[in-house]
Ligand binder design. Structure first.
Ligand code: ZN
Length: 466
């Protein structure tokens, strides 16, 4: 970075808006799995959209690359500056600019923590359904820039489906203000969508208008023993039919996954006396009367032999305990040792076949390795994670990540699935993008990148293949 550009950038944000203190920058250079580590000499912390605009206009003029970073919870290295780029944190853009309960919308700045946005919606008697494991530290800007998924996608859609409008700063510093809260606006290209899931490569999201929803009077959560993935898919169909589509989450984990949770996560216990090959976690929400419908559907599934035992949460504490079994999966896996992770999706009806074929393919390539597939069955999104064989050498196990990813992703392709269901591309899956997307798709992505960021200053080296 040239020193003249650095001086201008520092002047643009003022003394509170930057740091060169490596101790302060260090936590921004490594992601939580310690898979990626970067370097940066200058961290900018603008407090307003105007400051972001000034930064990008200087960066563009001086061809100074910049890596935007939100809560640093990304899983594919998209937020890490690998080449001493300027690191741009949006954490000081943290105001909720407007919340309109009648309009059922909220305008929040990029640095607002997702959990804070959820609380603000809740305080107004409404609900922001975006919800994911990292919600205590991820932010609105990062959540939208990566089009995060999470736990309520089945009912409310991915992040992009919950957005009414966007404010983004373009590479040349111009501010694109699309902060409308209209439900109907059929006026040509839907430009806001360009910046959602773009991982900061086409512009920097500085604020968003989000849809809010009525808060359900109650929610009902069950943990159900199921003999197979297909039985779980059958249960989901029954619950959707019985409730008129009011299932908000439908998750699955295998016995091996539950055992890891029980072994490593304090305070967890097996809800059932007998073990089961698979478990589903189902949650519905709506009017109070829905509880009887939900319980009736579960009883019907049990008496038909579709499922084994079920436990229904009778209190908020029990609900939290059931969710903990599912949400602790990543942490429990981490404690067991390194794992090869794959965030894939296939059509819901094909999940059972996919898991069988992928397990066979991985076992052939990596004898003794232990696949622990779990995730959002309702969305067809499986986290196909693989623990090393017991006693295996970890370095040589991890060295095979790319090779095994190809084995898994080739099976995904055979099912018409996606090699990145909710984690994005970053640096980790750029080669996959090239391998699995059509030439036409890649040409269009490159054309968009050239048009919106001709000097390639926005998060270079991420997402778009070389
Ligand atoms: Zn997930």
């Amino acid at each position: 970075m040239n020193s003249e550009a650095a001086a201008r950038l520092k002047a643009a944000v003022g003394p509170k808006g930057f740091t060169e203190d490596q101790a302060e920058i260090a936590p921004h250079l490594e992601e939580w799995r310690s898979k990626y580590k970067g370097r940066a000499a200058l961290l900018l912390k603008p407090a307003t959209t105007a400051e972001v605009s000034a930064i990008l206009s200087i960066c563009n003029e001086t061809t100074t690359p910049v890596v935007p970073q939100a809560g640093n919870t990304g899983l594919v290295g998209g937020q890490i500056p690998f080449d001493n780029e300027i690191l741009l944190s949006l954490s000081r853009l943290n105001r909720i600019r407007r919340l309109d309960a009648v309009d059922a919308s909220m305008i929040a700045e990029a640095g607002v923590i997702l959990a804070a946005a959820q609380r603000a919606a809740d305080d107004s008697g409404l609900m922001l359904p975006l919800s994911l494991a990292a919600e205590g530290s991820c932010t609105i800007g990062g959540t939208l820039s990566t089009n995060a998924g999470g736990l309520n996608v089945l009912r409310y859609g991915m992040a992009r489906e919950q957005v009414l409008g966007i404010e983004a700063v373009l590479a040349d510093g111009r501010v694109l203000n699309l902060l409308r809260t209209l439900r109907k606006d059929n006026t040509g290209y839907d430009l806001k969508q360009l910046f959602i899931g773009a991982e900061g490569t086409l512009g920097i999201v500085t604020a968003a208008a989000l849809k809010l929803f009525p808060k359900p009077a109650m929610r009902c959560t069950a943990f159900v023993a199921v003999p197979s993935i297909d039985a779980a898919v059958g249960l989901l169909a029954r619950l959707q039919a019985a409730t008129g589509g009011l299932v908000n989450a439908f998750e699955i984990l295998p016995r091996s996954g539950l055992e890891l949770v029980l072994a490593y996560i304090p305070g967890t216990s097996d809800p059932f006396a007998a073990s089961s090959p698979w478990y589903a976690l189902a949650e519905v929400s709506g009017a109070a009367a829905l509880k009887d419908v939900f319980e009736g559907a579960l009883e019907g599934a049990l008496s038909n032999g579709l499922t084994g035992d079920a436990v229904i949460a009778a209190s908020e504490a029990q609900r939290a305990a059931l969710w903990m079994l599912r949400e602790s999966m990543s942490e429990a896996q981490k404690k067991e040792g390194p794992s090869l992770k794959h965030d894939v999706s296939v059509p819901v009806a094909a999940v059972a076949d996919f898991v069988a074929k992928a397990t066979a393919a991985v076992s052939a390539a990596l004898p003794g390795a232990r696949p622990v597939p779990f995730g959002h069955l309702g969305d067809g999104n499986i986290h196909f994670n693989i623990q090393a064989a017991r006693g295996a050498d970890m370095a040589s196990f991890l060295a095979r990540w790319d090779e095994i990813a190809r084995v898994v992703h080739d099976v995904v392709r055979d099912f018409g699935g996606s090699f990145s269901a909710e984690h994005g591309i970053g640096v980790m899956k750029r080669a996959d993008l090239k391998r699995y997307k059509s030439e036409v798709e890649i040409d269009l992505m490159r054309a968009l990148k050239r048009t919106l960021d001709p000097k390639n200053i926005l998060n270079p080296g991420k997402l778009v293949p070389e």
